[in-house]
Design a protein around this ligand. Structure first.
Ligand code: PNS
Length: 167
C-alpha cells in the first residue's frame, strides 16, 4: 500500500498553537505529514525559513510521523517532489474561506492529482494568526497561551515590546 503523505505548507512566522492543533489532527489521519515553510511574496517575515523550520521541529518533537522543511516556488511542485498527494490548509473562520478556496482551485488547476484538505482547529484557536500574535506581543498583550514554547522564546528574543505588559 502506498504511504499517504500530506504536505502542510504555510508561512509559519512563527508556528502558533493553532497550527500545532492542525498538525496533531493530521498526524492521526495521514501516514506522514511534512510541514513546509513556504515563501509567501506578499508577506514580510520576522524569521528566516530555517528559523521557522527549526521552531516547528522543536515544537513537534513528540510527533513521530512528522517531518519539517522549507521550499521556494510552487507548492504543488514541492508536493510532487516529496511524493505528497494531499495538501493541508487550516480553516479558522468564514473570512479564510474565499482566499483558501481560490488557492485550492488554483493548485488543482496546476496539478489535478493533488487534493487539498481543509482542517478546522479547536475553537480556542479560531481567532489566532501569526501576525495577530506578533502585534499583540508588541502592544504588551499576553501571548504565552497562543504559541508553543520554542516559538514564544524566539518571539521574545526577536521582537521589542513597545508597551510594557500590565502587571
Ligand atoms: O501561511 P500562509 O502565508 O497563508 O501560506 C500561503 C502559502 C505559502 C501556502 C501560499 O502562498 C503558497 O502556496 N505559496 C507558494 C507559491 C504557490 O504555490 N502559489 C500558488 C498557490 S497560491
Amino acid at each position: 500500500m502506498t504511504e499517504k503523505i500530506a504536505l502542510y505548507p504555510g508561512s509559519f512566522d512563527p508556528m502558533t498553537n493553532g497550527h500545532l492543533d492542525i498538525v496533531r489532527r493530521c498526524a492521526l489521519v495521514f501516514d506522514r505529514i511534512e510541514v513546509a515553510v513556504a515563501h509567501n511574496p506578499s508577506k514580510e517575515p520576522l524569521f528566516t525559513p530555517e528559523e521557522r523550520a527549526q521552531i516547528i521541529r522543536d515544537s513537534t518533537t513528540d510527533i513521530e510521523n512528522l517531518t519539517v522543511s522549507h521550499f521556494d516556488g510552487l507548492t504543488v511542485r514541492y508536493a510532487r517532489k516529496i511524493n505528497a498527494r494531499y495538501l493541508i490548509r487550516g480553516l479558522r473562520a468564514i473570512s479564510d474561506f474565499e482566499s483558501e478556496i481560490q488557492m485550492a482551485m488554483l493548485n488543482r488547476e496546476l496539478d489535478p492529482g493533488i487534493e487539498t484538505f481543509f482542517v478546522v482547529p479547536d475553537a480556542r484557536y479560531s481567532y489566532i494568526s501569526s501576525s495577530m500574535v506578533k502585534q499583540l506581543y508588541i502592544a504588551g498583550g499576553p501571548i504565552a497561551d497562543l504559541l508553543p514554547p520554542p516559538a514564544l522564546k524566539m518571539v521574545e528574543e526577536r521582537l521589542e515590546r513597545r508597551i510594557a505588559p500590565e502587571q
